[in-house]
Design a protein around this ligand. Structure first.
Ligand code: SAM
Length: 215
């Protein structure tokens, strides 16, 4: 990532965090632009443009209660809202844990405070490191890729050997407008590594499964 891009992105994340500090978590209609696959984004709701759509958060919780993962890995914590929805699912299951990483120190500290105040901290391991450096022990039953868009393909390739072939891979921001994550998922599919379904949400969500080892 070049410095200009890094600077612009950090500014955007910190600006949104300051806004959350001022207003609290407020649901509003989704305002990402319509796409052919999702022509009415305003029918969805969102807290802010970084946090996954409210319906995707609900989906995350339901996926966790449906497949009952022992280990969830999330890349890109931001303010910790998606992590908390995953943790809600783990709590309902009564087992499992989520490891989530956020590489920006200031953003990480903010998420840490939210998680500590949530009553769900026992289900969460929050790390201040990059997904491309993070080491995780064991088999990953649910992998939620939600960090910087250009590195998603590298993330999936990096963690794929550890992903349970009976588990799930979710890649957020895979709309045809945002493009890069969608193309990464289709490339991984073409390379025979995953099977992917493209869910038509405003920002797009790939639901995928590893091909190797699947019976
Ligand atoms: C889209 S936001 C995550 C939103 C969050 N998952 C949610 O829905 O509530 C992306 C976050 O990933 C972080 N990030 C970007 N690249 C990263 C990397 N390589 N490792 C860890 N975090 C990263 C950014 O600082 C940002 O806070």
């Amino acid at each position: 990532m070049n410095l200009r891009r890094l600077f612009t992105k950090e500014k955007q994340e910190r600006r949104i965090l300051r806004q959350i500090e001022r207003t609290g978590d407020r649901l509003q209609p989704e305002y990402h632009r319509p796409t052919p696959e999702c022509p009415h984004p305003e029918r969805w709701r969102m807290f802010d443009s970084m946090t996954a759509e409210a319906e995707v958060l609900e989906f995350l919780r339901t996926v966790v209660t449906t497949i009952k993962p022992e280990l969830v890995v999330e890349t890109g914590t931001f303010s910790g809202i998606s992590t908390l929805w995953i943790a809600e699912g783990l709590k309902a299951n009564g087992r499992g844990r989520v490891i989530t990483c956020e590489f920006d120190r200031e953003v990480y500290e903010n998420a840490k405070a939210r998680i500590q105040a949530s009553g769900l901290a026992e289900w969460i391991e929050l790390r201040n490191e990059s997904s491309l450096d993070m080491k995780v022990e064991g088999t990953i039953d649910l992998f939620f890729s939600d960090s910087d868009m250009p590195i998603r393909e590298r993330e999936i390739r990096r963690f794929l050997p550890q992903i349970n072939p009976y588990g799930l891979i979710l890649m957020h921001d895979a709309s045809s407008h945002l493009k890069i994550v969608r193309e990464a998922a289709l490339k991984l599919e073409q390379d025979g590594l995953i099977s992917a379904v493209l869910l038509p949400t405003p920002r797009g969500l790939v639901v995928a499964q590893k091909r190797e080892g699947r019976k």
